[in-house]
Each structure stands twice: as C-alpha cells, then as structure tokens.
Design a protein around this ligand. Structure first.
Ligand SMILES: Nc1nc2c(ncn2[C@@H]2O[C@H](COP(=O)(O)OP(=O)(O)OP(=O)(O)O)[C@@H](O)[C@H]2O)c(=O)[nH]1
Ligand SMILES: [Mg+2]
Length: 411
C-alpha cells in the first residue's frame, strides 16, 4: 500500500481534477518501511540487492537523508515508500554495519539528489559507456520496491535489453524522426544528470516481436466483468493486467477493440463519457485488459476515487497506458494523472490516438512537442511514445508488442 496521504476535497467536475486535490497532497515517507531497492546511476537503473543479500538498512541515515533532501529543495521533495514485506521490518531496525566500502543510497527530489553512504558492494561499471535511457531522476522510479514481478522491474529489464542491443548494433539510428535524441555517451564530471535534455531514444520492437505479438492478440478475447469499486474487480491477480486511461472520447474503448480484433467487444460512442465502469477483458487466458471511464469532459467525480484506488492497489497491474490525442496535446488532466502515477511509482506509457486525423508532418510535430513535455516532468513514464489509429490499424502491432513486454508474457 502506498503511503500517499492527503485530505479529500471535492472541488471539480472532472475526476481528473478531483484526484489531484484528493491524492496529490503531501506525500509522506514512513520510516518503518523498506528502503528503495534501486539506484539510478549514469548507466541507468541499478537494482540494489534485496534484504536477503544486502547489508541491513540504517534507519538514522534515512532520517538524515530526508532532512537533507528537504533542506535542498523542500517544495519539490516527493518521496514515497510502498508496502513492506514483513521480512524487511527487521532490517529497518537493525544496526548498520560499520564497513564503509560500497555505493550509495539515493533519495531524490525532482531537482535535487541527496546521497548518503550505505554499505553495499562496489558498483558494477562493466556496462559503460553510458546512455541515459530513463526519464526518472535517480530514485523516484525506485520509490516502489522493485521486485522481479513489479512493472518497474520489467521496464528496467526492457531498457537494459534495448541498451545492450543498441550498443551491439553500431549502425542503430542515433535519433528518431521526432525530438528523440540519444544522450551523449561521454562520461562527464557530473555524478548524476540532474535533468534530461531530450526524450531518450528507445528502439521499438523487432520484426519477430511484432509478429509474435500480432499473433497473440488474435487469441480469443472475452468480456470478464464490469466494476464500480474495488470489491467488484475480478479477483484473478495471476495473469498480468494493463489498463487504458485517458480523457473521455479519446478512443480507449475503440483501441481495445482494435487490439483484440473484435469490433463489438467494447462499446464505443462518439459521445464523451460513454464508458462508466471499469470493464475487464481477458485475452487468451494470458492477459487482462481494462477499459476505464474517461476523465475530463462529461466525466464524474466518483470515478476518480474508484479508478485511483484500483490503480494503486491492483497487484497484477503491469502498466498503465495513457491515451492522448496528438491534435490536442497534453492537457492538464493528463499531466495530473501522470503526477499521481509518478508519486505512486506506477509505470505508464503514453499512446497517441487517432493518428489518422493528422498528416505525417503534423503528427511528428505534435509527438515531438509531447515528448518535450514528458522530458520535463514525467518520471515513471516508459520512454517510448507510441502512435495508433484504431481506424486504420496503424501502430497497433507496436502497441501490442509493448504490452507483451510490459506484461512479461512468454509467447
Ligand atoms: N478517426 C478516428 N476516430 C476514432 C479512433 N478511435 C476512436 N475514434 C472515435 O472516437 C470516438 C470515441 O471513441 P471511444 O473509443 O468510445 O472513446 P473512449 O475514450 O472510450 O470514450 P469514453 O468511453 O467516453 O471515455 C468514437 O466516435 C470513435 O469512432 C481513431 O483511431 N481514429
Ligand atoms: Mg469508452
């Protein structure tokens, strides 16, 4: 359970605004919880060994770090801790060993990073030269315990694979047609980059991955259940799940139909606010897809609480897809939900819908603009913005492949 705290204030008509007031309030770090289990180095995200194989955690150092972080940039501090496995609580209270060799525990603010020495093993620098492949400043992505089952872990693995494949292939393109740019591999004197200057380049899926994903999404798809609150959601948490959120009328329901090749599976409408419940679908007993009511225009306040509690509590949720209309760009409600997901350490990816409505040039310009926005603030955003059209089916295979990876599905 995340440790986000805040007072509920019902202030607006769209759930996009309501969740902001209700949930993005001062975020507390609970000291009896586990430390983050990863550290962002210039080589990318590096997992710190779990409590079984790492030195015990020093509670007083953590307090010190928080104070340090607060002093550096009080307003920007955003530290979250998530549920602690019982085993960890011992190590929290345990005395830290006196050895000083080792690397660093990082607690981060949006702009500032505080490092405190923690006795662990020497950092592995074998994967240099370095490319920066994540939007996240050093520790925010690690604000959730990273386990082999967590979405953030899947993302790290994916990013690592992408990195190594790019290094092997020296002819790999150095930039995408849009603003995506590879950040310099030159080691600099700076210990950690404070802010990325450009949206990181992550190569898309290979031909083989695309065709496997395409085939998989032709598996039988079926409607499972509609839910209006947590107690109603399907209790099957074994199969990986992905959820689609976005403003009303953005094309969430149409996209699910397009992905699973079943036009009538999810009801769509040209009228905004058509989907009013969380609808669960199953694809070939291997993947669960969730269609959400939209936020913004014609949405209802009560949907906010329902959706947020689902997003923050669903164990098998592997990634959240935030749908954005490139012709309108990122709206305030989109950035609000991103902030919420960032502060909860939930992995999300941006998908641009209705590509068919824009010319290629306009689409590329819109995408570049959105990527530039994401670089500024988005923390847990998977650094690959995809474009789709449910009408022409463009980009669907790329999204399918991304979902397969996010869900760690073995096909
Ligand atoms: N041209 C075009 N229209 C689309 C596309 N995807 C969806 N639409 C249209 O957009 C409208 C809304 O689609 P929905 O899928 O119902 O949107 P939604 O996000 O589920 O909307 P709510 O349930 O109200 O939140 C419908 O009229 C669709 O036909 C697309 O890729 N291209
Ligand atoms: Mg819908």
């Amino acid at each position: 359970m995340t440790s986000i705290t805040g007072t509920a204030r019902k202030t607006a008509s769209s759930w996009g605004t309501v969740f902001y007031h209700n949930y993005i309030q001062p975020v507390s770090l609970q000291l009896n919880q586990a430390p983050s289990r990863g550290v962002r180095t210039r080589a990318g995200f590096r997992r710190i060994p779990s409590s079984q194989d790492r030195a015990p955690y020093n509670r007083s150092s953590l307090t010190e770090s928080i104070e340090g972080a607060t002093q550096i940039d009080k307003a920007k501090t955003s530290i979250i801790r998530t549920e602690v496995p019982a085993a960890n609580s011992d190590s929290v209270n345990a005395k830290a060993p006196t050895s000083t060799s080792g690397s660093t525990e990082v607690l981060s603010t949006r702009r500032s990073t505080v490092h405190r020495g923690f006795p662990t093993t020497k950092p592995d620098r074998s994967d240099r030269p370095i490319r920066i492949v994540s939007l996240a400043p050093p520790s925010l992505e690690s604000s959730r315990p990273v386990t082999s089952k967590s979405p953030a872990f899947a993302d790290q693995q994916h990013q690592q694979q992408e990195r190594s494949s790019t290094h092997k292939n020296s002819k790999a393109p150095s930039s995408t047609p849009s603003a995506s740019t590879t950040v310099s591999t030159k080691p600099t004197s700076e210990k950690f980059p404070k802010k990325l200057q450009a949206f990181p380049f992550v190569p898309g899926a290979t031909k083989n991955e695309l065709s496997k994903a395409h085939k998989f999404f032709f598996s039988p798809a079926e409607f499972v259940k509609s839910a209006t609150n947590l107690s109603m959601i399907p209790d099957n948490t074994i199969i990986p799940e992905v959820a689609f959120v976005g403003r009303s009328n953005i094309g969430k329901s149409s996209l699910i139909n397009g992905l699973v090749n079943r036009n009538g599976l999810v009801k769509t409408s040209s009228k905004p606010g058509h989907t009013r419940m969380m609808n669960f679908f199953k694809l070939g007993d291997k993947l669960s897809l969730v269609d959400m009511p939209g936020y913004g225009w014609k949405s209802r306040d009560e949907w906010g609480g329902m959706i947020i509690s689902y997003l923050q509590n669903r164990k098998n949720l592997r990634r959240i897809y935030i749908l954005v209309d490139p012709s309108h760009g990122l709206k305030e409600s989109d950035t609000q939900i991103m902030k919420l997901l960032d502060s909860s350490g939930l992995s999300y990816q941006v998908v641009l819908t209705k590509m068919d409505r824009l010319s290629k040039t306009k689409y590329s310009a819109a995408k570049a603009e959105i990527e530039a926005e994401l670089v500024k603030d988005a923390i847990c955003c998977f650094p690959l913005v995809l474009g789709v059209s449910s009408k022409t089916k463009d980009g669907l295979d790329e999204l399918r492949a991304a979902i397969v990876k996010a869900g760690q599905l073995t096909l």
